[in-house]
Every structure is written in structure tokens, then in C-alpha cells.
Design a binder for this molecule. Structure first.
Ligand SMILES: Nc1ncnc2c1ncn2[C@@H]1O[C@H](COP(=O)(O)OP(=O)(O)OP(=O)(O)O)[C@@H](O)[C@H]1O
Ligand SMILES: [Mg+2]
Length: 243
């Protein structure tokens, strides 16, 4: 029997400097195998820089980074090649047999089985992001890196896409790092939410709520307020309290 060791993410003292500025300045981060972690922080705080370092797309940082070899990334833009059919995009760069079948299976998982032969330009924004998810899934990653994958979607499509990610995660259980600006998205999906500020993980929130989660749960509402406070966002309610 072959025992495959499932590794999580282990980062210590990660530092990345652009010019004079240390955008990442001693990031320590652990993600257990199968754990879902959300990463929040102000625009420009270094979230994408951290994600790129984990994806192995930026070799310039210093520090210790240990991530599973099998990882996949989904970005805010779907990054599909317009001249390749949907199924070809899903298995882009892969080799081996039965690629068409593997693409179809992944597309079925995101509800796009009938779109295998479509051209990317004929898809809606939500469908394109689902293809991007299928392209990640087909690689059976142990670590899924998501950089604001639903940031450009309208509110309803976004809710559906979040539910899809929750289902896919429950089914396949990769470790996930989800970069998002959306506090509710973080609380709906993640086991932990981390706040990146001043180049480090400044705060950590454990989201100890049963799934599927409800935004009406008083504990959800309390966590939402904590997170918004951490982000320095004044909500209408807190603004009124301050009057
Ligand atoms: N290749 C680069 N060269 C120079 N500066 C860079 C480079 N990449 C990122 N930066 C700078 O590093 C900082 C962090 O960028 P990053 O893209 O990681 O932020 P972010 O937290 O993902 O922001 P957003 O929420 O807007 O996506 C920014 O000030 C950005 O301008
Ligand atoms: Mg970013």
C-alpha cells in the first residue's frame, strides 16, 4: 500500500520587498490539510503577493514556504484562452489519456456538462468562473488558491458560486486559501478568517459555526461585526452608535 502524505501549508517569516517597501514582512501561516482559510485585508495589503508566493509564481521572497506539490489557482479574471474550446481550456497543459473525459467530469461538477464544446466568449461571467473552477478541480489539488474568484460577479451569481465552492470543498476537501474582500463570503465558507495588515497576519478569527451557514445566525452577525471592526470598516449601525 502506498501511503500518500497529505501536507498542508506551512509558512514562516515570509518577506517580500518591492523597492523600499516590505509588502510582506514576516508572514507566518499554517493551513491544515482540508482546512478552508479566508484571507482579508485592505487593498494593497499584499494578499495577492502572498498567494503568488504560495503558488510558486514569485521566487523573490525570503522565508520558509512549504506547500503541497499539487496546487491550483483561480483568479478574479477567468483567464480562459478564447481560441480553445471550453473542455480544452479545462485540461490545458495536462498530459495523459482520457483528457476529454476528465474535462467533462470536471465540467459536470460545476454544472456545465453541456458546455464542453462551447467557446469561452459565449459564456457568461459566472459560467466562465465555473470553467476556471473546473480547470482547477481537474488537477485534484491538495491546495486550492482562490484570489477573489467571485469579485467580478453580480450578487446573485456570486451567492450561487459560493454555494458551489462550499459543495466542491465538502466533496474533495482540498486545503483552501480564499482571498476575498467580502466578509460574508469569508464567514459563509471558511473555518478561519485571517486579516493581513502591515505585512503580517494581524488577526485571526475562528469561524466555529455549523454548515451550511446562515447569515441570520446571531453568532454570524457578531463575527461579521468583529471582522468589519478589524478591517476598520464603519457599518451603518456602528456609525449610528457613534452619533
Ligand atoms: N511586481 C510588483 N512590483 C512592484 N510592486 C508590486 C508588485 N506587485 C505588487 N506590488 C505592490 O505590492 C502591494 C501589494 O499588492 P497586492 O497585489 O499583493 O495587494 P492586494 O492585497 O492583493 O490588493 P487588492 O485587494 O487590491 O487586490 C501593492 O502596493 C502593489 O502595488
Ligand atoms: Mg489582490
Amino acid at each position: 500500500m502506498t501511503i500518500v502524505e497529505q501536507r498542508g501549508v506551512h509558512v514562516r517569516g515570509l518577506r517580500r520587498v518591492f523597492g523600499e517597501r516590505a509588502v510582506l514582512d514576516g508572514v507566518d501561516l499554517d493551513i491544515a490539510p482540508g482546512e478552508f482559510v479566508a484571507l482579508l485585508g485592505a487593498s494593497g495589503s499584499g494578499k495577492s503577493t502572498l498567494l503568488r508566493a504560495l503558488a510558486g509564481l514569485d521566487g523573490e521572497g525570503s522565508g520558509e514556504i512549504d506547500v503541497p506539490g499539487k496546487h491550483a489557482v483561480v483568479y478574479q479574471e477567468h483567464r480562459l484562452l478564447p481560441w480553445s474550446r471550453v473542455w480544452d481550456n479545462v485540461v490545458l497543459g495536462l498530459r495523459g489519456r482520457d483528457l476529454r473525459k476528465r474535462a467533462e467530469a470536471a465540467l459536470a461538477e460545476v454544472g456545465l456538462a453541456t458546455h464542453a464544446d462551447a467557446w469561452p466568449l459565449t459564456l457568461s461571467g459566472g459560467e466562465s468562473q465555473r470553467v476556471a473552477l473546473a480547470r482547477a478541480l481537474v488537477r485534484t489539488p491538495d491546495l486550492l488558491l482562490l484570489d477573489e474568484p467571485f469579485g467580478a460577479l453580480d450578487a446573485l451569481t456570486r451567492l450561487n458560486a459560493q454555494a458551489l465552492v462550499a459543495d466542491l470543498w465538502a466533496e474533495h476537501r482540498p486545503a483552501v486559501l480564499l482571498v476575498t474582500h467580502d466578509v460574508e463570503e469569508a464567514l459563509l465558507l471558511a473555518d478561519r478568517a485571517l486579516l493581513l495588515a502591515d505585512g503580517r497576519i494581524a488577526r485571526e478569527y475562528t469561524v466555529d459555526l455549523p454548515r451550511p451557514r446562515s447569515m441570520d445566525d446571531p453568532r454570524f452577525i457578531a463575527l461579521r461585526r468583529d471582522l468589519l471592526d478589524g478591517l476598520g470598516v464603519r457599518t451603518v449601525a456602528t456609525a449610528k452608535e457613534a452619533l
